[in-house]
Design a binder for this molecule. Sequence first.
Ligand code: AMP
Length: 215
Amino acid sequence: MQLILLGPPGSGKGTQAQLLSGKLDIPQISTGDIFRENIRIKTELGKLAQDYMDKGQLVPDNVTNEMVAERVKQQDCIKGFILDGYPRTVNQAEFLEAIAKIDIVINLILEEEEIVERISGRRTCMNCEASYHVNFNPPKKKGVCDNCGGELFQRPDDKPEAVKKRLEEYQKKTKPLIEYYLRKNILTNIDASPSIKEIHSRLCELLNINKKFSL
Ligand code: AMP
């Protein structure tokens, strides 16, 4: 199954993609995570992406597209994949269409007020990129990742000035994708305001997968 999780920053794409990836046994491909990993290990790609990311801007399409094209060619994508944070522009969606056959696009819907609340409380693992929220989804031990014991931090682009720019980028460049995929008849809207567990359960229902859930 080739799946896209669409939605504004902070709508829970990463969290839901991670859960679905475990259930469906297909990889989560988060372009944001790939960029952050490249920044961490100081590659050329990381250096290029960092300026854009820190300002809350999108990394140029040609760079992002090429990176995704390489990633989906890998062996672990044979049964499918979950795209989280890609595509983010119509150009990216058109590029993707030439290299993949997307089955379903799930659009997570969330009010701007709630987006800001979620992003400002978000903490991310330095090591494995797992995502937490100080109130809604706290780790068992403060500041420490449940999965790998890594240190949790606030992403630079989760700070208020960058968040404002990310929301503008979303409105201007990513939101048109809703219309794009509606026209192709493969988009389903999901309310992203309930709990992580509730949304996951709705996604499982939608995708016809075993609903049993343990957090
Ligand atoms: P995310 O982790 O998905 O919120 O992405 C963090 C940042 O990475 C974004 O604000 C962009 O700067 C960059 N980024 C991630 N995915 C894309 C994409 N598909 N196109 C362009 N830039 C991206």
